[in-house]
Write a protein of this length. Structure first.
Length: 301
């Protein structure tokens, strides 16, 4: 039986504030880098309509800050295994939506890889919920709910971003990344009252360690990742690009298990393996010469 005392609640609140601190610092750096790069004409957005600016700022604010907060609370409540694999259903859902819209691949050929990915997610979720016991299921279910919110945010982000980058008047990838970075910074400012910056300022080595990780996440995990995802959205069918996001699931699982200092359980091994096999099958499907020629013919039309 798990006993929860006041010190546990305080520790949980501190960890939650640290998540918010990191969110604000990460996306603040993302926005700062975007603004500094815009001092050079190559990175300066020009010719974007007001509607495009609003879309880019919204994608940065909701798509990054909203997603990160939801995912962080999902891990806090449900542990390391469930959130990455709930969010890992994104390749399935985005591929279904994209293929329904674009008909990038035959449904019959796409069924097997999508079924493997979905089965992998289901196996892990069921095993973790059963292992939690009655006293832990409420927290796990709340974590699943938070992960589902993160999933919904990312699906909306993927669809809107792909629509913008595949439009006839698509913005330059560098410019679009900068606009989203500014949006992420603005969105993160709404979380400032919930952080511990004003009450528990970090000093010394702790501050350097915190800023170092925030810089890595803000530059590599946000600016560079956004630019690369923009290129993928413009050049790949969304039904394929969506399935490449399974890499985030794998890295999330690996980081979670390292953080918890344990090896994956049997169900977690099986679930992750099924997801990887499913994605590999999908990549092979979209790489077939006949399907590539079919997509090229549609692009010419």
């Amino acid at each position: 039986m798990r006993v929860v005392g006041p010190h546990i609640h305080c520790a949980t609140r501190r960890r939650s504030r640290l998540d918010l601190d990191l969110t604000v610092a990460r996306y603040g750096i993302f926005g700062l880098v975007s603004v500094l790069l815009m001092l050079h004409p190559r990175f300066r957005p020009r010719g974007l309509t007001c509607r495009r600016w609003l879309t880019g700022l919204s994608l940065g604010g909701a798509g990054y800050v909203g997603y990160f907060v939801a995912a962080a609370y999902a891990v806090r409540l449900a542990g390391a295994a469930i959130p990455p694999l709930v969010i890992g259903t994104m390749p399935v859902l985005l591929a279904l939506i994209a293929n329904w819209r674009d008909r990038s691949a035959p449904w019959g050929a796409l069924a097997a890889p999508l079924a493997l990915i979905a089965a992998g997610v289901a196996i892990v979720n069921i095993s973790v919920i059963e292992a939690a016991g009655p006293e832990g299921r409420k927290a796990v279910l709340l974590g699943v709910l938070a992960a589902s919110a993160a999933l919904a945010i990312w699906i909306a982000y993927g669809l809107v971003n792909a629509a913008v980058m595949r439009a006839a008047d698509a913005p330059d990838g560098l410019h679009w990344t900068g606009v989203q970075g500014i949006g992420a910074a603005i969105g993160s400012m709404a979380l400032l009252p919930l952080t511990s910056f004003s009450t528990q300022p970090l000093v010394g080595p702790d501050m350097l360690n915190f800023l170092g990780w925030a810089a890595v996440m803000g530059i590599a995990g946000s600016w560079i990742a956004t630019f690369c995802w923009g290129i993928a959205s413009a050049r790949l069918p969304l039904a394929l690009a969506a399935q490449l996001i399974v890499a985030e699931t794998v890295f999330g699982l690996v980081y979670g298990f390292v953080y918890e200092a344990r090896w994956p359980q049997t169900a977690e091994w099986i679930g992750a393996t099924l997801q990887l096999i499913g994605v590999a099958m999908a990549v092979a499907l979209f790489s077939r010469p006949g399907l590539s020629a079919r997509r090229a013919g549609k692009a010419e039309v």
